[in-house]
Design a protein. Structure first.
Lengths: 343, 285
């Protein structure tokens, strides 16, 4: 059986962290006797990604997304389990592997702070052994696409956050990696900069057919870029499939908005409640959350008894559905297994 | 692309160049740093000139008279400046990279991680100390070779061995430093680097003969055999400042041991470094 480009099997990462208690007295006690707890950041992830896929990792903070990316880029060692990326075991940190991928982190920067980005790029050229012609060509292409040309000679510390992120992306792509890990590349950016980066990634991925794993909290990033979404919460994969599939699979709710010809009184509101819960009431409209299967019957009943000017039936917004998933997963895991076990 | 090896000297030159560009962009800071370093060396000389008002030599019958001792002092400065120029800022930065989780990027690069951690910053201003060291060395050697009684004749072997042992000494200091910085992986934070540097150089900057009495022997053994920092300055300084023919057998043995110690320190620090990388946790996201 041919292996996928990226394969994870039952990958686990557990951290042992010092449990600091509040207050000075407890801190002094902590000098002598320390209590630790085990934090299971990743609890057994199985995943396979094919060449050319653009996959999004979604999940609440602390879900294990970043840890997974760090494991895949070999920055940290797993507690157990296996992973292979392009036939390499990431944490062996072979140079042949490290030349073929890149990691970009929205929260950390690798460019020399006091120097123009150009200087850091030249350093990359030497470390990765990029031929001068190829280097210049790639750099020209990237700077044109991202609109960075005039900023190349400005010290990085004088760039805006958005500009800096684009420079970080450029640095990461100079050696033409085949696999790209992006950890919240648009964090803290304004809408325009976010959009620019999305457009760039979309274009670049389609053109170069590289494989990208992305984590982001912005649903817009995900909707614009990824066909496949993996939801991670509590260190485990909760969903793996298409973006639209999340709605089909995880909720059976529809939102029905009714616009009434006559003013809406309390009696009317009360009688609507038997169809579903009232999400919003704003004259002359009422928005109801209704179970999917009940929608036809409900519409028939309402159209029969009321004078309706307009009506909309729609899926609940993606953010809400995903937030529901996060909450549900977190609650159920709290019941099943306590997140931490004292040592 | 496979099998490609980056050219380490070229990468190093780029590091050095980038550091220089950086230092130059903060010109006043750079100049102030040079001035403060030079004033410190001048005060140092003044201090020892005062000491030599009261005595003819450091230790009775050790042969460390004023000019011999100034060769010793120059050697101390040369080694210190090499360490401070090339390694001190990097060891400190390494410790900080571990704490902040920014070591990630170093681990991603297709190049030896210890190299990329040890050399990215060059503190050019600290080189002013090297210049001062060379000036003092030249001056004291001139004094020694031209004095009327018993002038020093410089042996060509000494001229070869001196730089060799300077390099050995620098490597020992580097190893101690990178080992200390590596422990940040387990300790979470290790700010003892500067303190440690201060303590160690305090011991290593005097002729080793002064420790060879009573309880001083404990220090002598500790800093010669266990943490061999006493060898760092003493071996090259002894070779340069006094005639080689009069070098006692014990010194020759120590000089041989010094090479062994250099290799051991380097190997051990490399092992500890690699172990540390395995335990690296990559703080925050």
């Amino acid at each position: 059986m041919p292996m996928a480009l990226i394969e994870l099997n039952n990958l686990k990462k557990t951290y042992r962290v010092y449990q600091k208690k509040e207050g000075l007295r407890a801190s002094i006690k902590g000098l002598f006797k320390r209590t630790y707890k085990e934090v299971q950041a990743v609890r057994g992830i199985d995943l396979s990604v094919e060449q050319g896929e653009f996959v999004a990792f979604l999940g609440p903070n602390g879900a294990g997304k970043t840890t997974t990316l760090k494991l895949l880029s070999g920055v940290i060692h797993p507690t157990s389990g296996t992973a292979s990326v392009m036939g390499h075991i990431p944490w062996q940190r072979e140079n042949d592997y490290r030349r073929r991928f890149a990691l970009v982190m929205g929260q950390k920067n690798q460019l020399w702070w006091d120097l123009p980005a150009q200087e850091s790029f030249r350093l990359h050229q030497q470390i990765y052994g990029i031929e001068p012609n190829a280097f210049q060509q790639t750099l020209d292409e990237l700077t044109d696409l991202l609109g960075l040309r005039e900023l190349l000679s400005q010290p990085v510390r004088e760039l805006s956050l958005g500009e800096r992120m684009k420079m970080e992306l450029t640095a990461a792509l100079l050696h033409s990696p085949e696999v790209l890990f992006l950890d919240e590349p648009t964090i803290g950016l304004d809408v325009v900069a976010q959009h620019n980066i999305q457009q760039f990634l979309k274009y670049y991925q389609e053109k170069r057919k590289i494989t990208i794993l992305l984590t982001s909290h912005y649903m817009k990033d995900v909707a614009a870029l990824c066909k496949r979404v993996v939801i991670i919460a509590n260190g485990q994969i909760q969903y793996d499939g298409s973006l639209s599939g999340i709605i089909d699979e995880t909720t059976n709710r529809k939102l029905v908005t009714l616009q009434f010809a006559d003013p809406i009184d309390d009696a009317l509101l009360a009688s609507l409640k038997r169809f579903g819960d009232i999400v919003q009431h704003e004259e002359p409209r009422v928005k109801l959350g209704v179970t999917r299967d009940d929608v036809p019957a409900m519409l028939t009943a309402i159209l029969d008894s009321y004078d309706i000017d307009d009506l909309i039936v729609e899926e609940p917004p993606l953010e809400e559905v995903i937030a529901d998933v996060f909450v549900r997963v977190t609650e159920s895991s709290d019941e099943q297994s306590p997140e931490t076990e004292p040592q | 692309m496979t099998g490609y090896r980056p050219s380490y000297p070229r990468v190093f030159l780029t590091f050095a160049r980038n550091s220089l560009v950086r230092d130059m962009s903060f010109r006043t800071n750079f100049i102030l740093q040079c001035i403060s370093t030079i004033s410190w060396t001048v005060m140092n000389i003044g201090f020892y000139l005062i000491i030599f008002q009261y005595t003819d030599s450091i230790g009775k019958g050790t042969g460390w008279g004023r000019d011999e001792f100034f060769v010793f002092l120059a050697t101390t400065w040369i080694i210190n400046s090499l360490v401070q120029t090339f390694f001190m800022p990097n060891a400190q930065q390494f410790s900080e990279l571990i704490r902040s989780g920014n070591l990630d990027f170093a681990l991603l690069k297709p190049i030896d991680t210890q190299f990329v951690i040890s050399f990215p910053r060059v503190d050019w201003a600290a080189l002013s100390n090297l210049v001062m060291g060379l000036v003092l060395l030249g001056y004291s050697l001139y004094q020694l070779t031209t004095r009327e009684t018993n002038p020093l004749i410089i042996d060509w072997r000494a001229l070869l061995m001196y730089p060799f042992y300077i390099v050995c000494g620098t490597i020992i200091m580097y190893s101690v430093m990178i080992t200390l910085a590596s422990t940040s992986v387990w300790l979470g934070r290790n700010q003892t680097l500067y303190n440690f540097w201060f303590y160690i150089t305090n011991f290593s900057r005097y002729p080793m003969e002064i420790y060879k009495f009573g309880w001083g022997m404990a220090l002598y053994v500790l800093f010669t055999l266990v943490i061999p920092v006493l060898l760092v300055v003493n071996i090259p300084a002894r070779i340069m400042a006094k005639p080689l023919d009069t070098m006692q057998a014990e010194y020759w043995r120590l000089a041989g041991f010094s090479i062994l110690a250099t290799l051991c320190c380097l190997t051990l620090s490399r092992k500890i470094f690699v172990r540390a990388l395995k335990s690296y946790r990559s703080a925050s996201s």
